[in-house]
Design a protein around this ligand. Structure first.
Ligand code: BGC
Length: 271
């Protein structure tokens, strides 16, 4: 008897964008271990994507890696075509790919503004649109999930918290918040479930500067009431849960996973 047939996401296929490092890589591995076939999208780091795939396969799961820049319409189409070809359809999108290009506001170039908005916001639009089209084309599969499909947008605490020196990033995540809610409002009638995760400071390459020295880490911890920097697994667990029927009535919601960073900890002893 195939043990994997009873896993939470058995028989489903997930696409994880930006799956070669950080939060995306952890999500890819966790979804694979939860039984999903995982298409691991990457842009510049095939080795990271391969590592995730190797771990999924070692646990008895299936997947593949695929190179696609989420900000390019034709590459996003190719990504979904590849998923269809390999696994028949797509049930789950982890809309994760994201970048930072930080600069003081007055020095920020249009190029860096556009780069971040194109990947973090337009990329989520292109992938979510393709996912919704695929869910509608394929129709319900009640044997694997109550929902027609699930879209999980990787946002940030900076969809709420303004962030000086990172206005392109904060604007992109503020955009993701209303993008996610608007498509949730529109797609709910089709039983397409759409939600976001808003991570706080998770230890990944994107924020290395914020934790790489003990001094930096100490400063960062002042912003986290729960007293530790997040791990990618903290987010991956929630991504699996939000992808599963266990969270079936959650729709249009953002789950903040930040050790309390969004609680304005600067007010603990001030104000
Ligand atoms: C950013 C990180 C940052 C964290 C908390 C994330 O969205 O990508 O660089 O450490 O928010 O500020």
């Amino acid at each position: 008897m195939n043990q994997r047939a009873n896993l939470k996401l058995s028989g489903q296929t997930a696409i994880v964008t930006g799956g070669s490092s950080g939060i995306g890589k952890a999500c890819a591995k966790a979804l694979g271990k939860a039984g999903a076939n995982v298409l691991i999208d990457f842009v510049g780091n095939p080795a990271g994507a391969e590592e995730a795939l190797t771990e999924i396969e070692a646990s008895g799961g299936k997947g593949m890696i695929f190179k696609a820049d989420v900000s390019r319409e034709e590459e996003v189409r190719a990504l979904f075509d590849a998923a269809r070809e390999a696994f028949g359809t797509v049930d789950i999108l982890i809309n994760n790919a994201g970048i930072q290009k930080d600069a003081p506001f007055v020095d920020m170039s249009l190029k860096d503004w556009n780069f971040v908005l194109n990947v973090n916001l337009t990329g989520q639009f292109l992938c979510a649109r393709e996912a919704a089209r695929e869910f509608l084309r394929r129709g319900p599969r009640p044997e694997v999930s109550v929902a027609l499909g699930k879209i999980i947008c990787m946002s940030s605490v900076h969809q709420l918290i303004p962030w000086a020196g990172h206005v392109n990033y904060a604007a992109s995540k503020g955009g993701v918040m209303l993008f996610m809610k608007s498509i949730a409002q529109e797609l709910g009638e089709h039983k397409i479930r759409v939600n976001s995760i808003a991570p706080g400071a998770i230890k990944t390459p994107i924020n290395r500067m914020a934790w790489k020295t003990p001094e930096a880490e100490k400063e960062l911890l002042k912003l986290i009431p729960y007293g530790r920097i997040g791990k990618t697994e903290d987010i991956a667990r929630i991504a699996v849960w939000l992808s599963s029927d266990e969270s079936d009535y959650i729709h249009g919601e953002t789950i903040v996973v930040d050790g309390g960073m969004a609680l304005y900890p600067g007010f603990r002893d001030n104000g």
